[in-house]
Design a protein around this ligand. Structure first.
Ligand SMILES: [Mn+2]
Length: 321
């Protein structure tokens, strides 16, 4: 399915529930805000934009965040005839929003993850796109709609963060054109860079220090692993795993943190030799070849570390042939 199928489906419905994935990142929030605005202001639809989880502090500067609601509130604002999911690689990733889906609602999915099973009624999955926000720029263009400065800021944030500040190989000339267009449309690019990448609280920097001091390196320093402790769960750990990948010898970096369910959340990054999206399938997860994650069961942190280490070292051995 293509962009046109999505545009047709957006035109064909009236009452939309729009959402994104749990633990929303910049692309999730940016594409959600932009899609909600498009439906509401350009297509004159009824729209409730719902977040499965609250937004991390670094994204709280985004204009329009006060228009987003949590599932408990959204449940009182139906009925809906369509669900739009943005940046959602699998229907299981929308948490409490799942409870708001009623029979008969058309499910529309707009995403760029290679592991997307394309199981929704209308799916547009463009794995060439650097970010779902880049795909939403295409939808605006297709509909002849021009993002407001606030929407441009949201979409620019999605592209900047999903490309690692235009550094990941997913960054294409088209990505940079889209970003340039958003800056022309009024995206506050300086503020986005400052808020998402530079300003941070003291506790986050302290926790990064702790996590890095616990890091273990294996296999000639090609595999790095560490964990976030229970006491550090209130910190913004989004960039921690990337710091380990910055080590010049590291091919895979892995970070584990405890979940309320008693399970463990695993985040992985690859320097290129190993496809971590493939590895993530072993832990009920998914993502991109160079950035993926999942969830595992383990009795304690040591057994979680041991099983992830074993899985990653095996993958490195087989990648080297
Ligand atoms: Mn994304």
């Amino acid at each position: 399915m293509t962009l046109h199928d999505v545009v047709d489906a957006l035109n064909a419905h009236q009452r939309f529930l729009v959402t994104t994935h749990q633990n929303p990142d910049g692309d999730a929030v940016g594409s959600l805000l932009a899609m909600a605005h498009l439906l509401r202001a350009e297509l004159d639809k009824y729209v409730v934009a719902v977040l499965p989880d609250p937004v991390a502090k670094r994204y709280r500067f985004l204009p329009g965040l006060n228009t987003l609601v949590l599932p408990r509130i959204a449940g009182k604002q139906g009925p809906f005839d369509a669900l739009v999911t943005l940046d959602v690689s699998s229907p299981t990733r929308i948490g409490g929003v799942n409870d708001l889906i009623k029979p008969g609602m058309t499910r529309i999915n707009i995403d760029h993850h290679v592991t997307n099973p394309r199981s929704d009624d209308v799916c547009w999955v463009n794995t060439e796109a650097s970010a779902t926000s880049e795909m939403v720029v295409d939808i605006y263009r297709e509909l002849g709609a021009i993002p407001t400065p606030d929407v441009a800021t949201a979409l620019y944030t999605g592209i900047l963060t999903d490309t690692g500040q235009f550094a990941f190989p997913s960054t294409t000339a088209k990505t940079l054109h889209a970003a340039a267009e958003l800056v022309e449309q009024g995206a506050a690019h300086e503020q986005v860079a400052l808020e998402t990448y530079r300003k941070t609280e003291a506790k986050n920097v302290r926790a990064l220090g702790q996590v890095i001091s616990r890091m273990q390196l294996f296999d000639d320093d090609s595999f790095a692993i560490s964990w976030v402790s229970h006491d550090e769960l209130d910190v913004d750990h989004e960039g921690f795993v990337n710091t380990m990948l910055d080590i010049d010898t590291v091919e895979i970096a892995a970070l584990i943190r405890p979940l309320d369910s008693g399970q463990w959340k695993l985040s992985m990054r690859s320097a290129g030799m190993v496809d971590v999206a493939e590895l993530a399938k072993n832990v009920a997860g998914g993502g991109h070849p160079l950035a993926a994650g999942g969830t595992l069961k383990a009795a304690d942190i040591n057994s979680a570390l041991a099983s992830v280490t074993e899985m990653c070292l095996k993958a490195l051995t087989s990648a080297r042939g």
